[in-house]
Design a protein around this ligand. Structure first.
Ligand SMILES: Nc1ncnc2c1ncn2[C@@H]1O[C@H](COP(=O)(O)OP(=O)(O)OP(=O)(O)O)[C@@H](O)[C@H]1O
Length: 248
C-alpha cells in the first residue's frame, strides 16, 4: 500500500498541490478525476518519484521513499504518462523491451516477456515498425506494453496510468481494462487518471477527486461522484439516472 501524507508541491511561489493525504491499497483500482489543470498529472509524477514534494511525504508499506534511488523507484512504480511522442527512432519491440531494464532480467527472459507483452497488447504485427510512424492509439498500446513488462515483475507494486484510454478504440479500451483487472488479481495497486466519470462510477474500487490542487473527495465511486459534487467541481449541471451521470 502507498500512503500519501499531506503532500504538497509548489512551483516558484505557486502552489500546484496542497495537503494531499490518501491511501492506495494493494489489489485496488483507484481512479483519479478532476478538471483540466487540477493537478492530476503532477500528482502522478510525485508518486512516480519524478519530482520531489515541497511538503509532506510518501510511504510504501511503511517505508519512507525520501531517500529512494531512481532505480528503486523504477523497480516499484511504473508510470505510463499522457500520450507523448517518442523522440528516438526506435522500433516497437525496442520500446517494449525498455520495460525490462529496471529489473535484472536475462536476455532470454526479456525476449520472452517482450513477445508476450506484444501479444497481450495486440501489437505483435507492429514489432519491427518505427514507433514514431505509428498512430496515436498504436503508440499508446506500445507504451502500455512497455509498462506491462515492468509492472509484472515481482517487486513492482504500483501502476500509474495517465489517461491510458484516451487514444484507444473501443476494443482496446476493453482490453486495457481487462489487463488492469488481471493485475489487480495479483495484488498490485493501480491509480488511473480518467475523464470519463461514468467509467469511474462503473469500474473503480475507489475514486479520488482533485480540484485546484486539493483533494476534495476520496471514497467509493457512488459516494464521490454525486451529481451535486460533479456539478460543483466540473461546473456542468449533471444528474444521476439509472447509475449514469448525464449533463443537462
Ligand atoms: N513546471 C510547472 N510550472 C508551473 N506550473 C506548472 C508546472 N507544471 C504544471 N503546472 C501547472 O499545474 C497545474 C496542474 O497541471 P497538471 O498537468 O497536473 O493538470 P491535470 O489535472 O493533469 O490536467 P489535464 O486534465 O489537463 O491533463 C496546471 O495549472 C499547470 O499549468
Amino acid at each position: 500500500m502507498m500512503t500519501l501524507d499531506q503532500l504538497g508541491l509548489s512551483k516558484g511561489n505557486t502552489p500546484i498541490l496542497q495537503n494531499i493525504s490518501a491511501r492506495l491499497p494493494a489489489g485496488q483500482l483507484t481512479m483519479l478525476v478532476g478538471p483540466n489543470g487540477a493537478g492530476k498529472s503532477t500528482l502522478l509524477s510525485l508518486l512516480a518519484g519524478l519530482s520531489l514534494p515541497s511538503a509532506g511525504g510518501l510511504q510504501f508499506a511503511g517505508d519512507d521513499t525520501r531517500h529512494w534511488t531512481r532505480q528503486r523507484w523504477a523497480q516499484q512504480v511504473t508510470l505510463v504518462p499522457q500520450l507523448s511522442q517518442m523522440g528516438f527512432p526506435l522500433s516497437v519491440r525496442e520500446v517494449v523491451e525498455l520495460g525490462g531494464l529496471a529489473h535484472a532480467t536475462s536476455v532470454v527472459q526479456l525476449r520472452e516477456a517482450t513477445r508476450q507483452a506484444l501479444a497481450d497488447w495486440d501489437i505483435g504485427y507492429l514489432a519491427d515498425k518505427e514507433v514514431r510512424l505509428l498512430s496515436g492509439g498504436e503508440q499508446q498500446r506500445t507504451q502500455l506494453a512497455r509498462s506491462w513488462i515492468q509492472i509484472q515483475q515481482p517487486g513492482s507494486r504500483l501502476w500509474l496510468l495517465d489517461e491510458p484510454l484516451s487514444a484507444l478504440d473501443l476494443r482496446h479500451q476493453r482490453q486495457c481494462l481487462e489487463r488492469v483487472r488481471q493485475l489487480q488479481a495479483s495484488g498490485k495497486s493501480i491509480l488511473m487518471v480518467v475523464h470519463d466519470l461514468n467509467l469511474a462510477l462503473r469500474y473503480a474500487d475507489r475514486v479520488l477527486m482533485l480540484c485546484c490542487g486539493e483533494l476534495v473527495a476520496d471514497g467509493p465511486p457512488d459516494q464521490v461522484l454525486t451529481a451535486e459534487r460533479v456539478s460543483q467541481v466540473f461546473q456542468v449541471e449533471t444528474r444521476l439516472s439509472q447509475g449514469y451521470l448525464h449533463w443537462l
